[in-house]
Design a protein around this ligand. Structure first.
Ligand SMILES: Cc1cc2nc3c(=O)[nH]c(=O)nc-3n(C[C@H](O)[C@H](O)[C@H](O)COP(=O)(O)OP(=O)(O)OC[C@H]3O[C@@H](n4cnc5c(N)ncnc54)[C@H](O)[C@@H]3O)c2cc1C
Length: 436
């Protein structure tokens, strides 16, 4: 019997350490240098605080836990990573301090999978060492969920490629050292063979950040999602990442991992909202009793607990499947399922927590508003919910076939007739004739 829901004691010790380390040493950074400061290149002053924290994570062998030993991680696999990411999800700085922040984890993963040795040396090493940040530049102003509608192209010119086009919502481009850009290299070859990925240093002439778009709630000077005009951007031929025409497969690898990591961290955010909900319910007194004694508030607690429990089990199961099969494609349906669940679970739980906190919950004196705004982000970044539902449905339907003949397989009269015929051969007992 192979089912086991326990964590091995050695890794549990690491998780316990990470939990108190994040709460005591990292969360203060969230308060003094709030998001998006965690994505900005470090000043010498900040380094004096951040570098020793990173070193403590390394000393505990928890740095870049998503990667194998050849790349500076420990090869813990996705299941252990999921347990760690639940802890890191509580804090905006924690993923940076542990070397597992989006979008860099996904970008690192494709560099590790598809990069040449030179590319790994130039881009992956400093990325994994936490020296630089990166950007993934795929969405365009006129199209996101449907890559067939992308227009940006790269044309070969001697030993170089020349990139032209527009990209939108390229997160953290302004602070990134390099961008991974998805472009057409051969339109006639179609979506699955005609697009390629390129590594583009951000200071390459022609990489024009036209505007940094803000998310709701972001301060204008902190806007972090770039509208970029790539205007005759020349990169050497060796900056092609993965095979020519292979961008779709590269993107799937990147987004598969990225979506799972988002879901893992969402478990941590939602748990934090439940912690706040319960504490408040036990602390606030109204109409003769504490809130926790009111049945409607108890319903909030129970619904939140149950919703998160279901979601967490599915996230852990997906992580387990990836470890088993080492193949994101094989787990595609369930990755899409957790991508669909994440925004709803987060929204519902944070909403209840806000409600129980009253006006305080809606105020900027509490972190709930920011957590709440993260819910629609989870429903959009790395593809909208609707598209992931389509993926789930198509994959589920693959396991079925149309009924033979007029009636469904479960049609009772048809099944009864078959059962009668089968049993009549071996028994003379009174068999239901179907007319009753
Ligand atoms: C916080 C954040 C960070 C992001 N970071 C990046 C980044 O770093 N790099 C990057 O390239 N992109 C990034 N994106 C962009 C993101 O990937 C796109 O927003 C997403 O893929 C959807 O594309 P779109 O916005 O163009 O919406 P559209 O493709 O125009 O879709 C709009 C809506 O149409 C509906 N819809 C779309 N397709 C279907 C369908 N097949 N069936 C039914 N309904 C459908 C859905 O309701 C969908 O929300 C980010 C987005 C957010 C919000």
């Amino acid at each position: 019997m192979a089912w086991d829901f326990s964590t091995d004691p050695e890794f549990q010790e690491k998780l316990d350490w990470a939990d108190s380390f994040v709460r005591e040493e990292v969360e203060p950074l969230d308060l003094v240098w709030p998001y998006p400061n965690n994505y900005k290149p470090l000043t010498p002053e900040r380094r004096t605080v951040v570098d020793p924290l990173k070193q403590r994570v390394r000393d505990r062998e928890l740095w870049a836990a998503h990667l194998g030993p050849e790349l500076g991680g420990k090869g813990y696999g996705q299941l252990r990573l999921a347990l760690l990411n639940e802890i890191l999800g509580r804090s905006t700085w924690a993923p940076v301090i542990f070397g597992t922040q989006a979008p860099d984890t996904g970008n690192a993963e494709i560099l590790a999978h598809f990069g040449t040795e030179d590319q790994k040396e130039q881009y992956l090493r400093p990325l994994l060492n936490g020296e630089i940040f990166s950007c993934y530049s795929m969405t365009e102003p006129q199209a996101g969920a449907d890559p067939a509608l992308f227009e940006t192209t790269a044309v070969r010119d001697g030993d170089e490629w020349v990139i032209n086009g527009w990209k939108y919502f390229s997160s953290n481009a302004r602070w990134a050292e390099f961008l991974i850009v998805m472009v057409w290299t051969d339109r006639d070859a179609g979506l699955y063979r005609g697009m390629s990925m390129f590594l583009v240093p951000r200071d390459t002439p022609g990489v024009n950040i036209v505007r940094n778009v803000g998310l709701m709630g972001e301060l204008p000077e902190e806007n972090s999602h770039a509208l970029i005009h790539y205007e005759n951007v020349r990169v050497p031929a060796e900056n092609l990442l993965g095979p020519r025409g292979g961008a779709f497969a590269v993107a799937q690898t990147r987004l598969g991992g990225g979506r799972v990591h988002h879901a893992m961290r969402t478990v941590g955010v939602a748990q934090r909202a439940i912690d706040m909900l319960c504490e408040r319910a036990l602390s606030r007194h109204t109409k003769g009793s504490i809130l926790a004694d009111k049945q409607l508030v108890q319903q909030y607690v129970a619904d939140s607990y149950i919703q998160l429990r279901q979601f967490r089990l599915l996230v852990l199961n997906v992580a387990w499947q990836i470890d088993q099969y080492q193949d994101y494609k094989r787990v595609r349906k369930d990755i899409a399922a957790i991508k669909v669940l994440a925004p709803t679970v987060l929204h519902d739980i944070v909403q209840r927590s806000m409600q129980v906190h009253g006006a305080l919950g809606l105020s900027s004196d509490m972190p709930l508003g920011q957590m709440w705004m993260h819910a629609p982000v989870m429903g959009m970044a790395d593809g909208p919910t609707e598209v992931h539902k389509v993926t789930v449905a198509k994959d589920v339907l693959k396991g079925y076939k149309p009924a033979d003949g007029l009636w469904p397989t479960e049609h009772v009269p048809t099944r009864l007739a078959a059962a009668q015929a089968k049993l009549a051969a071996v028994t003379e007992l009174d068999i239901r004739d179907g007319s009753r």
